[in-house]
Design a protein around this ligand. Structure first.
Ligand code: ASP
Length: 379
């Protein structure tokens, strides 16, 4: 963890690290401060998290499972909150919040990740700070790094690493050299995810044998297969965003009633890389607009640059963070993309919109320390 006294030094260091390689035109100024959020109330340090958006049906949803997820979300919020409460940095807060979810087998990140089509876990994550030069770290196709979010943060903070994005065995070697925790690939295995993997293969076979069979099949697993993410603003007004996933790809979709739902997310093609580790697609942070983390149909997040679109709406259209997030998610729905985003601006305004049936999500503010957690939309 980065100590509080080091924060200013880190920000200064990162600015130097990046500016030595970046030719900045000092005359460029994209933000008209007067068009930013009008008369903002400053809520102070705030953390918002998600544990995945997807197919969840309230009426079928077991109470026990609901309690387990809400408790896990609360633990994640409290971990990040403690850091913000102590005056810590947003990057430490989002890392702590995401690590809790990576270590919790309920979520599709770290332990409990879904399987690729050949039965492998391939993990990926990214992290970003919203200071002017946008420091970022990302990784993909990991099989042995226990906490991909910590690897992403290590890349971001590494003065010797000029790269943003490392993948595969070289990323794992780098993690090992940096002393990060390395595990056997079997560590990520859980029985529940394996069962989903096998069911996914079966469904896939059914789909290819008889493309309409899924339309009749409504007993799909209501567990989300979602990514986890966190966005925070600290007492310095610095925003950080983090996203981590077991990666997955929509092998097939099916219709339920009148709307299309994103389903059958297990069994991605081996080597598929999603939006989660892609800066601007799954993770974005910019102090002057907002920080955003996404979850849902990754191919749409990639093709439409959804999380950066939220910040662009704030920046160029002058929308507030809530409207920007809602509008970006709605635009994605119109083109067929399903999922949601979480976002925070520098005043601690929070947005958590989604267009799927549910999204595990929550927020907490240092001002009152009360964790707010949600799954469906009328809680
Ligand atoms: N966006 C993730 C991916 O496509 C999945 C998710 O968020 O559920 O890899």
């Amino acid at each position: 963890m980065v100590s509080v006294s080091c924060i200013a030094a880190i920000v200064d260091f990162l600015d130097k690290k990046l500016s030595s390689r970046t030719k900045i035109n000092k005359k460029m100024k994209f933000i008209d401060e007067t068009k930013s959020v009008q008369n903002p109330i400053n809520h102070g340090p705030t953390l918002v998290i998600h544990g995945g958006a997807g197919v969840m049906i309230r009426k079928n949803y077991p109470l026990k499972e609901k309690r387990e997820y809400l408790k896990a979300l609360e633990e994640s919020l409290i971990a990040g909150y403690k850091i913000l409460l102590d005056g810590g940095s947003s990057i430490d807060a989002v890392e702590a919040a995401v690590r809790i979810m990576e270590d919790c087998p309920l979520f599709n990140a770290g332990k409990g990740s879904v399987f690729s089509i050949s039965g492998k876990n391939e993990l990926e994550a990214s992290i970003m700070i919203g200071t002017p030069l946008h420091p970022a770290g990302a990784n993909t196709l990991l099989r042995t790094v226990k906490n991909p979010i910590t690897l992403a943060k290590t890349i971001l903070l590494d003065p010797e690493c000029r790269h943003v994005f490392l993948g595969g065995s070289e990323a794992e070697k780098y993690a090992k050299d940096k002393g990060l925790e390395i595990v056997d690939p079997g560590y990520f295995w859980t029985e529940k995810r394996w069962r989903q993997h096998m069911e996914g293969l079966e469904r896939q076979k059914l789909t290819s044998d008889s493309p309409n069979s899924l339309l009749l099949k409504d007993e799909f697993d209501a567990s989300p297969k979602g990514t986890v993410g966190a966005v925070a603003v600290d007492k310095y007004g610095i925003i950080a965003s983090a996203t981590s996933t077991g990666t997955e790809g929509p092998l097939y979709r099916f219709s339920l009633c009148s709307s299309a739902h994103y389903g059958g997310l297990n069994n991605k093609k081996d080597g598929r890389i999603g939006d989660t580790p892609l800066i601007g697609c799954g993770t974005w942070a910019d102090n002057e607009t907002c920080g955003v983390s996404g979850t849902g149909d990754g191919e749409f997040f990639i093709r439409f640059g959804i999380v950066q679109d939220v910040a662009a709406r704030v920046k160029y259209l002058g929308e507030n963070v809530a409207d920007a997030a809602i509008n970006a998610v709605e635009e994605m729905r119109k083109v067929g993309g399903e999922g949601g985003v979480i976002a925070v601006d520098k005043y601690g305004n929070v947005a958590m919109p989604y267009n799927s049936l549910g999204m595990y999500r929550g927020y907490i503010r240092v001002s009152d320390g009360i964790p707010h957690t949600f799954i469906f939309n009328d809680e």
